[in-house]
Design a protein around this ligand. Sequence first.
Ligand SMILES: Nc1nc2c(ncn2[C@@H]2O[C@H](COP(=O)(O)OP(=O)(O)O)[C@@H](O)[C@H]2O)c(=O)[nH]1
Ligand SMILES: [Mg+2]
Length: 272
Amino acid sequence: MPAEQTRRRCNRFDQEEQLIKVIVVIPTYNEVENLVPLVTAIQDSLPESHVLVVDDNSPDGTGELAETLAKETGKVHVLHRPGKQGLGTAYVAGFRYALTCGYQRVIQMDADFSHSPEYLLRLLQAAERADVVIGSRNVPGGRVEHWPLLRRLISKGGSLYTRLLLGLPVSDCTSGFKCFRREALEALDLDRLQSNGYAFQVEVNYACTVAGLRFAEVPIVFPDRVRGASKMSLGIAREATTVVLRLFLGLTPPALASGSRGARMRPRRRVV
Ligand SMILES: Nc1nc2c(ncn2[C@@H]2O[C@H](COP(=O)(O)OP(=O)(O)O)[C@@H](O)[C@H]2O)c(=O)[nH]1
Ligand SMILES: [Mg+2]
């Protein structure tokens, strides 16, 4: 969507005088059962925040439901895309929208309650002293629930592999529950982010690291989804392995905006 059109759309929402404008970006594909409880819980946790649903024409009617919520709440925005285009491009569309509309904090989360809205405030608070805040399963106090041993090993092993190869100052490299200060997203070249699954998180973390941004990790407990079905696949795990290698070998350069390159590469991380 052209920037001017986006701005006109979000001006409709600009009536509030907020100290800090926060938007929660939620990519959705067939999340009709989760959307109402999720938006309600987000508004309970962060009453001033806005929500952006990026829906890929979900056959179950998630997009239409999001429109109804937009009308009812005045705080829900919706981007409709014509078909399932993957998670990475959904985040990019959401980030662009957030930047164009002048939001100062951009939170990304899944729709399925694996990312509990109760952590939103902690993520936001941590973003006072960090550019990128990660909801982390791998710091003290964080964990996954009801995962079989093999899945735990693959997830932790994947994060370790990524961290060692790319020198990321983050112990949960593939978490999709994050809060960015807008300056962090402005340091990225969103056009160059190409991956779609877990690798998308790695690509963003790598570019943020090379840009010298400050990271913080907030412990989260990560339960499996209760409603709806996962869209993740083996192909997405394969993509993650390849993307890490390509970044490590320099075959894919970090997705930095011009001007962000060459900054510090000293890993900085705090657990809060
Ligand atoms: N817009 C959009 N959202 C997607 C797509 N694939 C997954 N999602 C959403 O991304 C989030 C994470 O997906 P999920 O299937 O729960 O992944 P898992 O947690 O790794 O099993 C959920 O909110 C999904 O509805 C997609 O292609 N497009
Ligand atoms: Mg999930």
